[in-house]
Design a protein around this ligand. Structure first.
Ligand code: 5AD
Ligand code: SF4
Length: 468
């Protein structure tokens, strides 16, 4: 860590100690342990940020709950599409009603939506009951802000950018046996539809030593699976003093004793190297899953999106990966309704779905984000038209996913037991290396264990299996 980051960490650790005292006074006033609820919207990055917020709260003396009727409620927001913004505002209204009946309650907002120009001001005006607003760049200052609101100060602090990567705070993992690990922050790609580079800032990689140190600590603490997180993990290492890249980092993570599975997210097709394919192929620990966002299969649209690859490059890359690593699952993100799109563009996208044979895909309807270049494109398309095209793409994805899933029937594969299967008593849910879910008879004592499972019955997107 840089000198300035170490100092900032120390400063925040002092605030955590202070927060412990203030939380205990708060508990005294309430006559019970105060409860805190962290609600996460959006992606894996936000989920990991929420684990850090929860870690600080637990350490300070809060009891964590999923009930929004609590003493400290935090919404960790997303803003990638406008429905995320709308959902948040709806929830915030309900939270205000809870607070009315509970005057000591604190409400905080953080995450990507808070980084949008004008949003914090609008929230302060419309929802004056909010106690704390902070953004993505200053999340490591949460202990300090927590002390502020426990002393009844209202705080709104948003930074335009930061060079600080202060990571050494407690975190509370949702699963004891797996964890996300940030390897980089921000994005430099400026896809024309995307708000992320504006709200998460420029790309910054963490030092490899810090990442490896964090993962060793997690392994000592019982973690067997890590998910390396970044908006564009394939450009990891750019701008660091050390000479390294993502493939090198993966090799080092592989050597860590106790780590049995390694995942990563997200890969930009333009930066995926042959070296990385080689490292994945030779690895026993790197999972057989690659999430490789396509967005569109039309060259004209890809160009307007500033994706920097064309359809043939994408298809070549995906098929090359399949050839090298035959058991890999390739999943993707597809967006429909980008300005100027026509039926023939959708045909091109469906054609790529068929040629690559995706194992699954997240499909999104384009959402206009103020401040992005695409928002100013004149030829925005109608919602009705998009819905029709969306159905066509969904159907193609469904067929492709089912065909791919069916290929696994009868195989025996290792599953990491993650949860109970709530639909059927006595069953648990496991995840295969290729990210497919399989349900089978099991007990809570199986959580966190990797067990061989026979894939008996294909249910389209998941399997019903039995122990081998
Ligand atoms: N509208 C719709 N979907 C979007 N995504 C990013 N920005 C937008 C937007 N403005 C999708 C992309 C990306 C995924 C995380 O979210 O498909 O890969
Ligand atoms: Fe957004 Fe493109 Fe960066 Fe992904 S790569 S976060 S879609 S700008």
């Amino acid at each position: 860590m840089k000198e300035q980051d170490i100092l900032e960490n120390e400063r925040q650790k002092e605030y955590i100690e202070k927060a412990c005292r203030l939380t205990s006074e708060f508990a005294g006033k309430l006559g019970r342990i105060p409860t805190a609820c962290v609600v996460t919207f959006g992606c894996q990055m936000n989920a990991r940020d929420s684990e850090k917020l929860s870690g600080v709260l637990r350490y300070a003396g809060f009891e964590l709950t999923e009930d929004e009727d609590c003493d400290l409620l935090i919404y960790n927001t997303c803003t990638v599409r406008d429905n995320a913004d709308n959902r948040l505002l709806g929830r915030l209204g309900s939270a205000g009603a809870i607070k009315k009946k509970k005057p000591g309650m604190k409400i905080a907002l953080c995450g990507c939506m808070m980084q949008q120009t004008g949003i914090p001001g609008k929230i302060k005006e419309t929802y004056p009951f909010v106690d704390l607003i902070f953004g993505t760049h200053n999340i490591f200052r949460f202990p300090e802000y927590l002390c502020g609101i426990l002393e009844d100060t209202k705080i709104c602090e948003i930074w335009e950018k930061t060079d600080t990567i202060a990571e050494d705070l407690p975190s509370e993992r949702k699963y004891p046996f797996k964890s996300g690990v940030n390897i980089m922050y921000g994005c430099n790609n400026f896809c024309t539809y995307c708000i992320v580079p504006y709200v998460r800032g420029r790309e910054r990689s963490r030092n490899s030593e810090d990442i490896i140190g964090e993962i060793k600590g997690l392994a000592d603490d019982g973690v067997i699976e890590v998910m390396l997180l970044g908006q564009n993990v394939n450009s990891y290492g750019k701008g660091l003093d050390e000479e390294t890249d993502f493939a090198d980092l993966l090799k080092r993570v592989e050597e860590i004793e106790g780590i049995k599975r390694i995942r990563f997210m997200t890969s930009h097709p333009k930066d995926l190297s042959d070296k990385l394919i080689g490292v994945m192929k030779d690895s026993d620990k790197i999972c057989r899953h690659l999430h490789l966002p396509l967005q569109s299969g039309s060259d004209r649209v890809l160009k307007r999106m500033n994706r920097v690859y064309d359809r043939s490059k994408y298809i070549d890359l995906a098929l090359r990966i399949r050839e090298e690593i035959p058991d890999i699952a390739i999943t993707t993100d597809i967006m429909l309704g980008f300005p100027g799109e026509t039926e023939s563009d959708t045909d091109d996208t469906i054609d790529v779905i068929k040629k690559v044979g995706f194992d699954n895909a997240f499909t999104f309807i384009y959402s206009k984000r103020t401040g992005t270049p695409a928002a100013d494109m004149p030829d925005q398309v109608s919602e009705e038209w998009v819905k029709h095209e969306f159905d066509r793409v969904l159907e193609a994805v469904k067929i492709s996913a089912q065909e791919r899933a069916a290929l696994l029937k009868g195989k025996v594969m290792d599953a990491l037991v993650e949860d109970v299967y709530t639909q059927r008593p006595g069953m648990v849910s496991g995840r295969l290396s290729n990210n497919m879910i399989v349900h089978f008879d099991g007990r809570p004592s199986d959580y966190g264990r990797i067990v061989p499972i026979s894939l008996d019955e294909c249910k389209g997107f998941y399997y019903i299996g039995s122990r081998k």
